[in-house]
Design a protein around this ligand. Structure first.
Ligand SMILES: Cc1ncc(COP(=O)(O)O)c(C=O)c1O
Length: 364
C-alpha cells in the first residue's frame, strides 16, 4: 500500500522544472530567467571566507545583510524580511495570511508559484486575466477585492509575459486597496526595467503599511544557486509574521555573505544589466525578422506567441534537439502556444535563434 498523504499535498501543483540538468555543460539554458554571468570575483572571495565558519549555524537575524539592505534602500532594518530566495518569503506569506475562506487575488498568467499559496492553504484563488497587451489589468483586479481578500500580488515586471506597469499606475492601485489587505509587489526583475526608476515603489512604503516589495538576489545579482531574497515592507508586522512560520535558520551563511558583498558592487551589477538590455534589443529585432511579435519586455526574458496553428511541443522539441532549453507557454498558463526565453550571452542567443528558425519551418 502506498503512503496516504494529506489533501493539501494532492492540491499543490508540481513546479514545472526545466529538466536536462544531467548534461548541463552541453546545453544552452534559457528556461529559468537566470543570469548568464557567473558570480563576481569579490563575491566568490566572500563565499570562500564564509566557508571557514560552516561548522556554525548562520546568523539567524541576518544582521549584516539586513544592515546592508537598510543602508542601500533606506528602509528601517525591522521592516526588512530575508528569505531562502524570495519564493521562501512568498510561501511564508501564504502561510501567514491565508486559510480556508480567505482569498488571494493575482493576475494570470503570472509567476507559477502563486497558485501554490492557495493550494497549500485552502484559500480561494482569484486569477484575473492579463489585458490584451499582456499586462496586469489593475482595474479588474481591484474589482475582485472582497471582504474575504487577504492578499493581492502584482508581479512587475510580470513573469512570464515580461511586461511592466508604470509607477504611477501601481501607486494609484495601491491607494485603492483597503489597508487591511496585504499587497505584495513582486519586483524580482525590476532592475531590468529601464523605463522607470526601479526604486520608485520604495517611496510608497511609508504611506502604505500593508505594502511589501519582494526582491531577490537570484536575477540581477546572479546568485540564484545560493537562494537569497528579501522584502522591503511598509510595517514591521510582515517580517515578524513570516519569521513566525519559518524555521529559524532560513538563510544560509554563504548566501548571507555573498549578498552583502554583491550589494557593494553596484557598478558591476549595472554593467550586467546593460549587457542584458543590449541582448534584449537585438533579440527583439531578430524575433520580429522571423515574423514573431514579442511582448514589450522590461525583464531579462522575452515572451511571444507562436500563433494558434503552431505546435508548441514540436518547437520545444526541435530546440531541445539543438541543445537549447526554453520554457513553453502552456506550462505557464498561456491559452495559446507561446515561449518564454531568457536572454543569455550573445552566442547563446544566436544558438537559440538559429534553432528557432529551423523549428518554425513548416512541417510537411
Ligand atoms: C516573479 C518572480 N518572483 C520570484 C521569483 C523567485 O526567485 P527566488 O526564489 O530565486 O528569489 C521568481 C523566480 O523566477 C520570479 O520569476
Amino acid at each position: 500500500m502506498a503512503i496516504e498523504f494529506s489533501e493539501r499535498i494532492r492540491r499543490i501543483p508540481v513546479y514545472p522544472a526545466a529538466g536536462g540538468y544531467a548534461k548541463q555543460e552541453e546545453l544552452t539554458l534559457l528556461a529559468s530567467n537566470e543570469s548568464p554571468f557567473p558570480p563576481l570575483p569579490a563575491v566568490r572571495e566572500a563565499i570562500e571566507r564564509a566557508m571557514g565558519s560552516l561548522n556554525r549555524y548562520p546568523d539567524p537575524s541576518n544582521s549584516r545583510l539586513r544592515t546592508a539592505l537598510s543602508e542601500r534602500y533606506e528602509v528601517p532594518r525591522e521592516r526588512i524580511a530575508i528569505g531562502n530566495g524570495s519564493c521562501d518569503i512568498l510561501l511564508a506569506a501564504g502561510e501567514a495570511l491565508l486559510e480556508p475562506g480567505a482569498e488571494l487575488v493575482h493576475a494570470w498568467p503570472s509567476f507559477s508559484v502563486y497558485p501554490h499559496l492557495t493550494a497549500a492553504s485552502g484559500a480561494r484563488a482569484v486569477m484575473v486575466p492579463l489585458d490584451e497587451d499582456q499586462r496586469h489589468d489593475l482595474p479588474a483586479m481591484l474589482a475582485e477585492i472582497t471582504a474575504a481578500t487577504r492578499l493581492v500580488i502584482v508581479c512587475n515586471p510580470n513573469n512570464p509575459t515580461s511586461t511592466a506597469l508604470p509607477p504611477a499606475e501601481i501607486a494609484a492601485f495601491i491607494a485603492e486597496v483597503p489597508p487591511h489587505v496585504c499587497v505584495i509587489l513582486d519586483e524580482a526583475y525590476c532592475e531590468f526595467n529601464l523605463l522607470d526608476d526601479p526604486d520608485a515603489s520604495i517611496e510608497l512604503l511609508d504611506s502604505h503599511p500593508n505594502l511589501v516589495l519582494l526582491r531577490t538576489f537570484s536575477k540581477v545579482h546572479g546568485l540564484c544557486g545560493l537562494r537569497v531574497g528579501f522584502a522591503l515592507c511598509g510595517s514591521e508586522d510582515f517580517p515578524r509574521a513570516v519569521d513566525q512560520v519559518r524555521q529559524p535558520f532560513f538563510c544560509n551563511a554563504l548566501a548571507q555573505a555573498a549578498a552583502v558583498e554583491s550589494l557593494a558592487h553596484q557598478d558591476a551589477v549595472i554593467d550586467r544589466v546593460t549587457r542584458t538590455v543590449a541582448e534584449r534589443s537585438s533579440m527583439d529585432e531578430r524575433l520580429r525578422a522571423l515574423g514573431l511579435t514579442p511582448a514589450d519586455s522590461h525583464a531579462n526574458f522575452c515572451w511571444f506567441s507562436l500563433g494558434e496553428e503552431r505546435d508548441e511541443a514540436h518547437v520545444m522539441g526541435v530546440l531541445a534537439e539543438h541543445g537549447v532549453l526554453v520554457r513553453g507557454g502552456s506550462a505557464l498558463g498561456s491559452p495559446v502556444p507561446a515561449l518564454r526565453v531568457t536572454y543569455g550571452l550573445p552566442e547563446e542567443n544566436m544558438r537559440f535563434l538559429d534553432a528557432l528558425a529551423v523549428a518554425l519551418e513548416p512541417t510537411v
